[in-house]
Design a protein around this ligand. Structure first.
Ligand code: MN
Length: 312
């Protein structure tokens, strides 16, 4: 589908709304201030002053209102498969995970579908490359994303993580199984509507990924692409990444309440210290239940706790 985006000030936007008043349609989407439907163009105006023209007559209609700024997305330095042209404008189901490098907290995976005509809306809701977004901002916009987009989000609690890890599963396998499951859920919810492509934020090469999930009863394979930095290649992955991140933060909130301290992210010294404190206060079983126990942080925390005990 052809589409153009223009940025307008209030005066121009008022003019546009008056001009297309006869074609006005109601569109109850967040951030939308005006929508019109012509025989070959759909026009959507957003609170931010962005106006989206979609359909066969998009260029013709948009040209009446200003110079068209076709956004040329900066190609991030991504490693992975070659994507089709104008990939960022297609209907894509994207997936991403969070929490794999954090001693505390779960692994979460989200998959999220953004159709080509939802791309502007998702941008309007505040989605950018999630690596540029703060946790607070992501918490704010995640509910809108979840309401607007077909998605699936999975949280693997630490107890389950530790159990499958101890049974020999690698993190790669854990992630692959969760991605496959989340993608499957979304495809099911889409009820026959097919994304142009599925894009997985790459954590393993295609062959390794499919080897991890080879025993699964249902394997998502059709039109699947892999790339690193995929959140910069399609907004569906950026949205998935935000939804996964917020699920991780929410579980961290829950675990922090149980621990009685704010659990730090990552796997650094601060994490060792916090873990030692929990160990002394609540014991090993409690600490284990909120961490990825195979990380080196567990042994470091035990050492710190033993030293502190000696000095008591
Ligand atoms: Mn990722």
């Amino acid at each position: 589908m052809s589409q153009s985006v223009l940025q307008m000030d209030k005066a121009k936007l008022d003019k546009l709304m008056a001009h297309y008043a006869a074609f006005n349609v109601v569109r109850n989407a967040p951030g939308v201030v005006f929508a019109a439907k012509l025989p070959d163009v759909a026009i959507t105006a957003y609170k931010s002053g962005k106006v989206l023209f979609q359909g066969g007559g998009a260029l013709r209609e948009a040209a009446n209102w200003g110079t068209i700024d076709t956004p040329t997305p900066k190609k991030p330095h991504a490693k992975g498969e070659t994507l089709p042209e104008r990939f960022s404008e297609l209907s894509v189901l994207g997936s991403d995970e969070t929490g794999t490098g954090d001693f505390f907290g779960p692994v979460t995976v989200a998959a999220c579908f953004v159709s080509s005509d939802q791309i502007e809306l998702v941008r309007e809701l505040g989605v950018k490359d999630s690596k540029q977004l703060t946790d607070d901002w992501m918490r704010q916009i995640a509910p809108d994303l979840q309401a607007a987009l077909v998605h699936s989000v999975l949280t693997l609690p630490n107890e389950k993580y530790n159990e499958v890890q101890a049974s020999g599963w690698s993190q790669g396998k854990i992630k692959a199984l969760l991605h496959n499951q989340a993608l499957k859920h979304v495809l099911r919810k889409l009820n026959g509507e097919k994304p142009d492509y599925i894009l997985i934020d790459q954590f393993a090469e295609r062959g390794i990924y499919y080897n991890h999930i080879k025993s699964e009863p249902e394997i998502v394979r059709e039109n699947v692409l892999f790339s690193t930095k995929a959140e910069g290649l399609h907004i569906a992955v950026a949205a998935a990444s935000i939804i996964a991140r917020v699920a991780f933060l929410e579980e961290m909130d829950r675990l922090s309440a149980i621990a009685g301290v704010r659990l730090p992210k990552g796997a650094g010294k601060v994490v060792d210290e916090a873990a030692a404190k929990i160990l002394l206060k609540s014991g090993e079983a409690t600490l284990k239940s909120m961490t990825k126990w195979h990380f080196a942080n567990a042994q470091k925390a035990k050492k710190i706790a033993a030293m502190k005990n000696k000095h008591l």
